[in-house]
Design a protein around this ligand. Structure first.
Ligand code: ZN
Ligand code: MN
Length: 440
C-alpha cells in the first residue's frame, strides 16, 4: 500500500488546432469547411483516391513555425512527413499524413507565472473528414463529409509538467490567445478549430508512473477542468483501494461529472509509421525560418508587460485589454491618437474597460474624439477659459496690437495660445467668443 502524502497528479496536454490557411494541407481545395455544403470542397487528393499526389502547403508550414517560435521551440531545418496508419471511415487513405520522428518544432517552453511548461513538439498534419450521424427516411445512418479532409492541423504536445487541473486549463487559454494573436487560426472550440486532450496519471513516489489515462473529445475549457478533477479523484480512489489503473482513453460525462472508458490506448507501433514516400523531406533555409520569425509580432504576455510597466495601467485593465487582438489594437490606436490631445492611456483604458466605449466606436481616432469632447465638458468651464484668455492677452501684447491694427488673422494664433494654456481642453467656440469680446 502507498502512503498518501506523496500523491501528486501528473498532467500532460495535447492540442489540435486547425489552421486558417486559404487552401488545404496537400491540395488546392479551400480549407474553410465551416457551414459549407457537404462534399463540395473536395478533389482526388483529399478524397484519398488512388494515384493522387499530395503537395505541401507552404503557408501552413510558415504558420506552424510561427507557433513554434512563439513557444520558444527549436525550429527544424530538416523535417519530413510520415504516414500514420489506422482504420476509420473518416480517413479515406487508411492513413493520416503526419509527422513522427522529425517534427517541425521541438523542445520549446512557456513561462506561466513562476512555472516553466516544456513543449515537447509542435508538428503539422492533416485533418480527417467529418462523420455526421443522422436519421434518413427512418434509418439511422452515418454520412461522411470530406470538406474537412486534408485541412491543415497543428498538433502541440507538452511534457507532463502540470500537477493540477486549473494550471492546465489556464495554460490552454493562454495558448488559444497566442494562436489568435498570431492570426493562424480562429481557435474556436465550438467549431472544433481547437480540440483539447489531456493525459493524466497519479504519482505516488515522485516518479513518473508507468501508465497514463487519456481524456479525449472535450470541447470547452470548463469541461476540461472538470474532467481532469473528476479523473484525478477516480485515480486517487483506485490507488487508495489498491487497484491497478489501466492505460486507456476516457471520455467525460457532463451530467454525471465522471469520466468513462472509451477504448484501450494504441501504442505507437500500432500506427505502423513510415516516411511518406510521395512528399520529399523538407529542407528549410535559415533565411526562410528567420523571415517567418520576424513576422511573429508582440504576443499577449509582452503586451501585458508593456501596458502595465510602460503605460502604467493597472493589471486588471491590461488583462481585459489584451483579451482579444482587436481590442488591444484599438486601444493602441487610441493611445497613439490620444497623445496629440493630451488624452492619457489610463483614461482610454478606463473608458474601454468600464464604459465599454469600444462597443460604440470602431477606431482609435473616434474614441479619442469622444474623450476630448467629454473631458472638455468636464474640465474647461467658461470661467477657467476666461482666465486663460485674460492671461494670454496680457502676455501677447504685440499680437493684440496687431489685431487692433486690423490684422484679424492673429485671432487664430491667440486661440491657439489660450488652448495651450488650457492644455488642449478648451472649447474653441467659447475661446473665440471671449477673445473677440475682450479685443473690441
Ligand atoms: Zn482537395
Ligand atoms: Mn494528431
Amino acid at each position: 500500500m502507498t502512503k498518501n502524502n506523496n500523491i501528486k497528479p501528473i498532467i500532460g496536454l495535447e492540442v489540435h488546432i486547425e489552421l486558417s490557411t486559404k487552401s488545404k494541407m496537400f491540395c488546392g481545395c479551400p480549407a474553410d469547411h465551416f457551414a459549407k455544403k457537404p462534399n463540395t470542397n473536395v478533389c482526388p487528393i483529399c478524397l484519398g483516391l488512388p494515384g493522387a499526389l499530395p503537395y505541401v502547403n507552404n503557408e501552413a508550414l510558415d504558420e506552424t513555425i510561427k507557433l513554434g517560435v512563439a513557444l520558444n521551440c527549436e525550429v527544424a531545418q530538416f523535417s519530413k512527413f510520415d504516414r500514420k496508419h489506422y482504420f476509420y471511415p473518416d480517413l479515406p487513405k487508411g492513413y493520416q499524413i503526419s509527422q513522427y520522428d522529425l517534427p517541425l518544432n521541438q523542445k520549446g517552453h512557456y513561462e506561466m507565472g513562476t512555472k516553466r511548461i516544456r513543449i515537447r513538439r509542435i508538428h503539422l498534419e492533416e485533418d480527417t473528414a467529418k462523420l455526421v450521424h443522422e436519421t434518413v427516411k427512418g434509418n439511422k445512418v452515418s454520412l461522411v463529409d470530406f470538406n474537412r479532409s486534408g485541412v491543415p492541423l497543428v498538433e502541440m504536445v507538452t511534457e507532463p509538467d502540470f500537477d493540477n487541473a486549473k494550471d492546465a486549463t489556464d495554460f490552454l487559454k493562454e495558448i488559444q490567445l497566442i494562436v489568435k494573436y498570431l492570426g493562424i487560426s480562429s481557435a474556436d472550440m465550438e467549431k472544433g478549430s481547437m480540440r483539447l486532450e489531456a493525459n493524466i496519471s497519479i504519482s505516488t513516489d515522485g516518479k513518473l508512473p508507468d501508465y497514463k489515462v487519456e481524456l479525449k473529445n472535450i470541447n470547452s475549457f470548463k469541461f476540461l477542468e472538470k474532467a481532469l478533477n473528476a479523473e484525478i479523484e477516480r485515480q486517487k480512489e483506485m490507488i487508495k483501494s489498491g487497484k491497478k489503473i489501466v492505460q486507456e482513453t476516457r471520455g467525460y460525462d457532463q451530467k454525471k461529472d465522471t469520466t468513462f472508458s472509451q477504448r484501450e490506448k494504441e501504442e505507437a507501433q500500432d500506427y505502423r509509421y513510415f516516411p511518406e514516400p510521395d512528399i520529399p523531406p523538407l529542407n528549410l533555409s535559415k533565411k526562410r525560418i528567420d523571415f517567418v520569425k520576424k513576422q511573429v509580432g508582440e504576443l499577449p504576455k509582452e503586451k501585458f508587460e508593456r501596458y502595465t510597466k510602460e503605460l502604467g495601467l493597472p493589471k486588471n485593465y491590461a488583462e481585459v485589454l489584451i483579451q482579444t487582438p482587436n481590442r488591444a489594437e484599438l486601444f493602441e490606436d487610441a493611445v497613439l491618437n490620444g497623445g496629440k490631445h493630451k488624452i492619457k492611456a489610463k483614461m482610454i483604458a478606463d473608458a474601454m474597460v468600464n464604459a465599454k466605449i469600444d462597443n460604440r466606436f470602431k477606431s482609435g481616432t473616434e474614441i479619442v474624439e469622444e474623450l476630448v469632447k467629454v473631458t472638455r465638458k468636464d474640465y474647461s468651464g467658461e470661467e477657467e477659459t476666461g482666465d486663460a484668455v485674460q492671461k494670454v492677452l496680457k502676455m501677447q501684447k504685440k499680437a493684440v496690437g496687431d489685431y487692433k491694427d486690423g490684422k484679424t488673422e492673429v485671432l487664430g494664433f491667440l486661440i491657439g495660445m489660450v488652448q495651450k494654456e488650457l492644455q488642449g481642453k478648451g472649447n474653441p467656440a467659447i475661446i473665440r467668443k471671449l477673445l473677440s469680446k475682450s479685443l473690441k
